[in-house]
Ligand binder design. Structure first.
Ligand code: NAP
Length: 160
């Protein structure tokens, strides 16, 4: 299973329920990566989407322990239920947030990481894949810049 995440220099991914710095280029990259795929998303990350609504044009599996009905999404109540629901789709990406990344980490084999060369204060983190045993940097595009902020798209693979 794949995940997609944008990380700051310290592998921070967010603060106070949102991402302190968002790049337009990263949003476009995210849309392209997830096009036509299902996504697994935590209830708190969903709340931070525009209007708190699921992403359009792709199946959204929203993880929550609550008895919720969410228009445009399939609600699942555990990691196991999410994994089972994901089997219905040819491709499914884990899109956060921190607790969801953490719980699905053992099931990931590929992580699409946008490295953003800034260190805003974060209270949520992704595992540092440069130091995580069993993971390697498989591909790294050149550094680019948006509004003076350097970023690059990388792909990490689990070593089998
Ligand atoms: N940089 C990035 O690429 C990126 C991407 C996504 C998110 N983020 C950031 O990540 C942060 C949010 O992360 P978070 O950890 O606070 O929230 P989260 O993972 O998005 O959502 C947590 C919620 O998911 C539900 N949940 C989690 N595990 C579950 C399980 N095993 N079974 C059932 N429900 C489960 C619970 O919902 P209920 O409380 O409803 O039970 C829990 O409160 C924000 O700062 C956000 O901006 C960053």
């Amino acid at each position: 299973m794949e995940a997609v995440v944008a990380v700051y220099s310290d592998w921070g991914i967010g603060c106070g329920g949102t991402q302190p710095v968002v790049l337009k280029a990263d949003r476009a990259h995210f849309r392209a990566l997830t096009a036509g795929a299902a996504v697994i998303v935590g209830r708190k990350t969903l709340a931070d989407f525009p209007g708190g609504r699921p992403l359009k044009g792709r199946p959204n599996l929203v993880v929550t322990r609550q008895a919720l009905e969410i228009e445009g999404a399939q609600v699942v109540h555990s990691t196991e239920e999410a994994l089972s629901a994901a089997r219905a789709y040819a491709r499914c990406l884990v899109i956060g947030g921190a607790s969801v990344y953490r719980q699905f980490f053992p099931y990931l084999d590929t992580v699409h990481v946008t490295r953003i060369a800034l260190t805003p204060v974060s209270d949520s983190f992704f595992p540092n894949l440069d130091q995580e045993p069993g993971w390697r940097l498989a591909q790294a595009e050149p550094w680019q810049e948006e509004d003076g902020i350097a970023y690059r798209f990388c792909t990490y693979k689990k070593v089998s």
